[in-house]
Design a protein around this ligand. Sequence first.
Ligand SMILES: [Zn+2]
Length: 348
Amino acid sequence: MLKRLALLAATAAAVTVAVLFAQDKPKPDDKVELPQMKFNDVKEIAPGVFFRYSSISATDPKVPFGGSNNIWIVFKEYVVVIDANFPKEAEDVLAAIKKTTDKPVKYVFDTHHHGDHAWGNTVWAKAGAKVIGSTNCARLLKANGPAEWEKEQKKIDGRKDIKENELKTVDEAFDETLVLDDGTQRVEFIFYGHAHTPGDAVAYLPKHKLVCTGDACVNGAFNFMGHSNSASWIQVLTKVEKLDVKLVCPGHGEVAGKDLLAKQRRYFEDLRAEVKKGIDDKKEVKAITAGLTMNWYKEWTGKAAKDIPDNVKHVYDELTGKIDHSKLGWAPTPGAGNGFTQPVLRGE
Ligand SMILES: [Zn+2]
């Protein structure tokens, strides 16, 4: 009996040593602990930085679309929110923020002008916040917002929160960079050029080696390319990859490590290469789409690249010169009653 006890003690000691050793072992630099989250969960992913994981699925129609992911950063005196989301979801996020801090929201940052990232501005403004966005984001929201908002309001099955609210545009626009720093937290808003839209900007938190990308980088089959410039998008991602980053908070999908940026870039690189080859082989867009390989994409997103024909068509139209990138994301007739005679794009 005694002998058995001694053996047990010895085994327990060995296990303890093994556990301690495992904890002491330094992690490789690019390996980070990623939060496991369910939809609508909120987690503090870095000191004073909270992530809310919004519901979305590219394959399961039963999952309701909860707009964009949201991140908030608690400064000494105030809170900064990344992405406004839709008005209804903005209310939900505001309630979630109040559970984490009693400080007021001073700024909300629209990563771009799309409804699921910017239409909640009205809610944040009512809560006392100023809206920040890149110059192109501000222009696009001002030029396109009113007509798109009205269209949604008139839809019979349109969003209730749009019917009950009004459009709020950007208060403070920046051309390239805008920095908020109070000694405890630092956020750098950076515009790198035309990616998902002509107005995408990212929020970089150098202290936490974290970047919030909006839809310039998503984690899953959530890329809408209708307003994009795929060649420029690759360049933008390449620039974002140069940031000292360990965590990527995408506009949609789960928080990821830095490798997500390269995966996102590879999608556009491979798509462009395969479409280009198809065009060179005189294939129609349908045949190119059906013949797409890119098996790694399905492993990543759960959806095959060939099952997103709109993106293939967009790249096909780009490569065959059918797209004027300077007009993408702008109202169909820039200048027609919206105060803009010519879309002036920066960073092209
Ligand atoms: Zn978008």
